[in-house]
Design a protein around this ligand. Structure first.
Ligand code: NDP
Ligand code: GDR
Length: 363
């Protein structure tokens, strides 16, 4: 008889955690997720897979916890004895990390150490996935970036993630753990947090289209990113833990585009083509036909140090894991804009019918 595998996910309420939970449940795993106590619900992204604890065939279990609490981590690992641990939890916003640098290090850097040390100390045999990031490359040394490209972090977030990357490598080498780093480039979806640039754009496009927002304020339009589709990226995480040995892998599409291009495609897809005028911080985007001002740069969104250009070389993942990105950026824009148009349309309809709804409710 094949015994069911058990996985423990930190960050299960986030974009990636929700897609990974779905994937693992589909594969027949028993899934355990760590959630933070919050004064309001923070489980919207996993509501559709949530199961009542009184259900007999329950496959998804949620536990309160926090990466800043070592004893909590140890207790959960000891109790659950997971076959696989996916460490997705993080203060994941680069700009916010400049405001809360110490907290970001506590969670993203030391949180990873706490988990690895809990594995070592409890002696539980498990495989470990660390959510590493292309932000570690930071200031461009070479393109495209692969597993050998030197790191040069440009934010407290990236510096904290760099520690997490190396402590994962160290515990692998020192204690023989099956611990792998996925160096994931930006990946987006309709579940992306609303303050990350892609979702901020697609949501604003939908709101402008439906007349509930006038203008989209952005920061650096010239930053270039390698944007992929999140559901495909969680598949790569799983594949890394199915490999015979642990290793580090770049996961990316291999293509890069600017924030300006993403913005233009999103407006265009919603039937509001824009033309750009002006230079630098005065840059503005106008509706090509009506002349309405739709996009404006607000320096408040600039970062003290920026990552100008990211483009990944995912050939190792293709060769060793058989993984390849399928959704290109234009398709991604369509998926996200279509989702947000639907979301805002339902919101407007409900509000017009007199319901006092907040956006989350129809997301
Ligand atoms: P999200 O910001 O959507 O989710 C972050 C998750 O971490 C949430 O579940 C959040 O809980 C949880 N969390 C935050 N702080 C703590 C804490 N102190 N203790 C326990 N849980 C905590 O991130 P994504 O899903 O986009 O990303 C997943 C991981 O991958 C992150 O580590 C991120 O840094 C990394 N990454 C992401 C990339 C991307 O493009 N999306 C690219 C490369 C790496 P709550 O819901 O309560 O806030
Ligand atoms: P990033 O994603 O910093 O790459 O980190 P984000 O979408 O926040 O920024 C991408 C680029 O867009 C520029 N930008 C803006 N960004 C935001 N958030 N808001 C704006 O208004 C805006 N205008 C321009 C930024 O300056 C930047 O250059 C994400 C996170 O998911 C990390 O956790 C992850 O590790 C990396 O991706 C890979």
């Amino acid at each position: 008889m094949v015994t069911k595998k058990t996985a423990l996910l930190t960050g299960i309420t986030g974009q990636d955690g929700s897609y990974l939970a779905e994937l693992l449940l589909e594969k027949g795993y028993e899934v355990h997720g760590i959630i933070r106590r919050s004064s309001s619900f923070n489980t919207q992204r996993i509501e559709h897979v949530y199961e009542d604890p009184h259900t007999e065939a329950q496959q998804l279990f949620l536990h309160y916890g926090d990466l800043t609490d070592s004893s909590n981590m140890s207790r959960l690992i000891e109790k659950i004895e997971p076959d696989e641990i996916y460490n997705l939890a993080a203060q994941s916003h680069v700009k916010v990390s400049f405001e809360v640098p110490e907290y970001t290090a506590q969670v993203d850097a030391l949180g990873t150490l706490r988990l690895l040390d809990a594995i070592k100390e409890t002696g539980v045999t498990t495989k470990f996935y660390q959510a590493s990031t292309s932000e570690m490359y930071g200031k461009v040394a070479e393109t495209p970036q692969n597993e050998q490209t030197p790191f040069y972090p440009r934010s407290p977030y990236a510096a904290a993630k760099l520690y997490a990357y190396w402590i994962t490598v160290n515990y692998r080498e020192a204690y023989g753990l099956h611990a792998s780093n996925g160096i994931l480039f930006n990946h987006e979806s309709p579940r992306r947090g609303k303050t990350f640039v892609t979702r901020k754009i697609t949501r604003a496009v939908a709101r402008i289209k439906h007349g509930v927002q006038e203008r989209l304020y952005l920061g650096n339009l010239d930053a270039r990113r390698d944007w992929g589709y999140a559901p495909e990226y969680v598949e790569a995480m799983w594949l890394m833990l199915q490999a015979d040995g642990p290793d580090d892998y770049v996961i990316a599409t291999g293509e890069t585009y600017s924030v300006r291009e993403f913005t233009a495609w999103a407006f265009e897809h919603a039937g509001m083509p824009i033309r750009w005028e002006g230079e630098g911080v005065d840059e503005k985007g106008y509706h090509a036909e009506t002349g309405d001002l739709l996009v404006e740069v607000d320096p408040a969104y600039f970062r003290p140090t920026e990552v100008d250009l990211l483009i990944g070389d995912p050939s190792k993942a293709k060769e060793k894991l058989g993984w390849e990105a399928e959704t290109d950026v234009k398709k991604l824009v369509e998926i996200m804009v279509d989702h947000d148009l639907g979301m805002v349309s339902r919101l407007v309809t409900l509000r017009e019918a007199g319901y006092d709804v907040i956006e989350q409710g129809v997301d």
